[in-house]
Design a binder for this molecule. Sequence first.
Ligand code: IPM
Ligand code: MN
Length: 344
Amino acid sequence: MLPGDGSGKDVTAEAVKVLEAAAGRWSLPLELVHLDWDADRYLKTGETVPPGAFDDFRDNYSAILIGAFGDPRVKDNKHAADILLGTRFKLDLYINLRPVKLYDARLCPLKGRTEKDVDFVVFRENTEGAYINAGGNLKQGWADEVAIQEEIHTRKGVERIIRAAFEYAVTHGRREVMMSDKSNVMQYGHGLWRRVFAEVAKEHPQIQTRTMFVDALCMEMVLRPEGLDVIVTNNMFGDIITDIGAALQGGLGVAASANLNPGQTSMFEPVHGSAPALAGTGKANPVGAVLSAAMMLDYLGHQEAAQAVEAAVARSLREGQTTPDLGGSLTTSQVGGLLAKAVG
Ligand code: IPM
Ligand code: MN
C-alpha cells in the first residue's frame, strides 16, 4: 500500500476496508504493508524511494496499490515521478490497462448514451515512448534556447503491448483491436507501431482490426463510443485519451487502472491525482481506488471477489449512493463503508 499524498490517503483507506471485507468473505490470504512514501517524508528526508525498494517489491510482494502522488509544496513533482514512474519503469510494468466502463447512464456527459454504449478498454504502453525523459536544453533561458524531447519506441516494447491487447481480446470475448497513432506525422516511431500491429494482427484472424490517428480517435470517443472495443496505443496518447475515457464514465473519480507485467509484481492505481483541495474533507470519491483494488484481486486470481467488488460499486452508482462529484451526498468513508458491507 502506497497511499501517497492528499486524497490518495483518503481513498486507499476505503479500498482497504473493501479488500479486508473481501478477504474475510472469501478467506483470501491478504497481508497489507503500508509504506509512508509521501511528500512529507520526501521534504523531511530528501529521499523519494529508499535504496533497494523496487527489488524488494519484485521479490517479496504480489501487488502494489497506489493512492495518488502530488503536493503543492513539491513544485517539480519529483517524488511523484520517482515513485509512480519509477514503479512503472523499474518493475517493467509494460501494460497500463485502463477500462472505460459506464456503470450508470446518468454519469455519462454525452446525450442519450446508456451503459451498453460505453464499455471499452485501453492498453497503454507504459515503459517507453515520450515518457523516457530523454533530451535536454541548450542555452537555457537564452533567446535562442533549444529544447529536445525524444520519444523512443522499441520493437520489443511495441510488440509486447500489441500482443497483450490481442490476447486480452481473445480471452475476454472482445470483437476488435484498434491501434491508434499519429504515423502520418511521426513516420519513424509510429511507423514501427503500424508495421508491428499488422504483423501481430495476422496471427489473430478471429479478431477484427482497425487503425485510427489519435486526433480522429478523440472525436470518435465522444461521437461513437459504442463502436470502440480494445484500443492499443503508445504511452503519451494512452495518457491523454484515458482522461477522455474517464470523463465518459463519470469523471476521474471512478476511473481505475492496472499497471501489469503478467506473472510479476504489478501495480494498481486510480487514474485521478491527489486533489489536495479535497484531502480530509470527505469529498474525495473512493470508487476509482476501490475498482483498482478489484483489478488487483482479479490479477491475483480472486475473480469472484473482484466481480463482487465491481458489482457493489455498480449498484452504489446506480442507486446514487455516491460522493458529491457524482451528485450524491455521502462522504468518502460512508461510500467505502457501504461497499465493504455489500462485499463482506
Ligand atoms: C496518469 C498520470 C501520470 C502519467 C502523471 C501523474 C505522471 O497522468 O497516470 O495518467 O502521465 O502517466
Ligand atoms: Mn494521465
